[in-house]
Design a binder for this molecule. Sequence first.
Ligand code: PLP
Length: 415
Amino acid sequence: MTTERDLEARYCAHNYAPLPVTLVEGHGAWLTDEHGKRYLDMMSAYSAVSHGHAHPRLVRVLAEQASHLAMTSRAFRTGALGPFLEKLCQVSGMDMALPMNTGAEAVETAIKAARRWGYRVKGIAPGRAEIVVASGNFHGRTTTIVGFSSDADYRADFGPFTPGFREAPFGDAAAFEKALGPNTCAVLVEPIQGEAGVVVPPEGFLRALRRACDRHNVLLILDEIQSGLGRTGKMFAFEHEDVRPDGLIVGKALGGGLLPVSAFLARREVMELFEPGSHGSTFGGNPLAAAVALEALRVLEDEKLVERSAELGAYLIERLRAVAVPGVRSVRGRGLWVGVEIEPSFASARQVCELLMTKGVLSKETHETVVRFAPPFVVTRAEIDWAVERFAETLREIGVSHAARRDPVVMETRT
Ligand SMILES: *Cc1c(COP(=O)(O)O)cnc(C)c1O
């Protein structure tokens, strides 16, 4: 008999290596597989499901809007877009927004905006604009974006790449400042690097970047596609350092776990450089997406989900640091966004995720060594306790199997 899994392997490009589980249902923080086994979702689709699966208010708005008007293209005005973007500007402190669908498209929008601003406002000579990005960055998968990735796997045999990008070490504001010059139009960074393994920069990094950008007349653009909308325990990660970016990129959770919705936000002076025809997207800002995203922002506030992320995130980190288990090198993160670095000689992060899965906890490794714990904000304290216990059990079992085989591995506990 051919299973769904065989069909996927045969017909879908192998550009992911999914864990061996086939999911059929999701409600709140829980997922169910084809055999009826339940799993606590510690991934939240890389933050796209921060509201939890099938949030009743979001599903209701989705169905209602779909039955009235779902898709028009922006050749016409619709009722939903204005209120959505007004709300998005209110919660972010930005003046205007340009709606797109996926994160990578919103990053591309930011790149275009930054370059236009560089030529038309800063006065950079034609074709010379530069954007400074961070080592270890992840901003998506278009050819332009992977062109400035420091990850060789993302770039291999996809060139030639778009010029105009320079790299500075993430977390080192002085090095960033050295990279800024008369041709620099923008600095583009993630406030916390997600795909790099939940890497939190030193305190003051964003503030120092803000000052450097001001001194050199450079736009500070933050990619908060993953860190934004509550993931770090604030609505936006930049609030932790009280800085205001010139441009902001959001996506993932903006779609409420139901649709791809993203946006580039900016100060008026930057956004007004787009005139009709200069940029666009057939699906960007469609009524269905706008209605769901507006409700997604309202739900974050009404259910105090950002506060929940702060409180339960602190609790999750504390619990993970407190369990005495072998094989953990460090636990780091902010809000409900935690990376646990596994001692490479002890186990691969993938191995840990596969064992966790058999115990009913779904997570995914990032790079070879980091296990990520980023549940939907509707997760409870008791569910966190349960997941941490499954994690501890997993590492102890791996430790026991090493001991049985007398493997020469690092066994001391560190947090
Ligand atoms: C996921 C992500 C992107 C890309 O978003 P897509 O919707 O996958 O295109 C860009 N930047 C960051 C920080 C992300 O986490």
